[in-house]
Design a protein around this ligand. Structure first.
Ligand code: SAM
Ligand code: 2KA
Ligand code: SF4
Ligand code: MG
Length: 211
């Protein structure tokens, strides 16, 4: 993937836009906070339960300049932007971060951290993936670690391994994979009660039936 879209990834001045929308952050530490979402196309990680598979192929989405997409966010009442994907760490995110900062917009990132994270971020949510682990620098930059629990038999142990690699101030969240929610919710509640350094993250936007 890096080779085919190399120039676009490296420049970061035009991005394939899957969708952008003003909504409520549904997950993690900032749950409940209004934010403008920018979903960038392109991901080569291939999680089987990914809820954003439409974003995988960057070529299926029109390129938009960072100025134009930030203008759309600025025209909304949003004070914060969440950049997601797809896998945003494929891109040079410096131009997008600078443009957001020019307009005094708080910028939050959702990433697997599989590639080096570029740009200056107010908040980085790292959600590690089995198919491609985060690079070491992503663990260090994370403000929040959000591990997806699909298989309760093995994913708690995997979560603990990731938790050893983040900084001391990084907040820790467990989030059930959406299709396994009914099966997983009680074990996750018990796990967090027994291991109180962890918090629960729900995909609350899906319960609210909002984007
Ligand atoms: C679609 S991903 C895009 C950002 C980045 N590629 C990543 O995975 O972090 C956004 C967030 O949704 C989570 N996610 C994706 N599919 C999910 C599912 N079926 N159930 C629960 N969380 C999911 C990811 O782990 C990530 O935290
Ligand atoms: N409301 C809402 N909150 C979210 N938090 C992370 C999301 C994502 O897809 O990255 C997401 C999303 O898609 N919608
Ligand atoms: S890394 Fe994120 S966008 Fe890519 S497949 Fe996994 S959940 Fe989906
Ligand atoms: Mg989502």
């Amino acid at each position: 993937m890096r080779d085919k879209y190399k120039e676009i990834f490296e420049a970061g001045t035009d991005l394939p836009l899957v969708e952008d929308f003003y909504t409520i952050q549904g997950e993690g530490f900032h749950t409940g906070k209004p934010a403008y979402f920018i979903r960038i196309g392109g991901c080569d990680i291939g999680c089987r339960w990914c809820d954003s598979k439409i974003s995988w192929n960057p070529k299926e989405h029109r390129l938009i300049s960072v100025e134009e997409v930030v203008r759309k966010a600025v025209e909304s009442p949003a004070k914060s932007v969440v950049v997601t994907g797809g896998e945003p760490s494929l891109y040079n995110l410096e131009p997008l971060c600078s443009e957001l900062k020019k307009h005094n917009i708080e910028n939050f990132l959702e990433t697997s951290g599989a590639y080096e994270i570029t740009g200056e971020w107010d908040w980085i949510c790292l959600s590690p993936k089995e198919n491609k682990a985060p690079v070491a620098s992503s663990y260090k930059k994370a403000n929040e670690l959000k591990v997806i629990i699909f298989d309760i038999e093995k994913d708690f142990a995997i979560a603990e391994e990731h938790a050893k690699l983040v900084g001391d101030d990084c907040l820790l969240f467990l989030q059930s994979e959406w299709s396994q929610y009914v099966h997983n919710v009680k074990p996750i509640v018990e796990y967090v009660k027994n291991n109180p350094k962890w918090n629960i993250s729900l995909q609350s936007h899906k319960f609210m039936r909002i984007p």
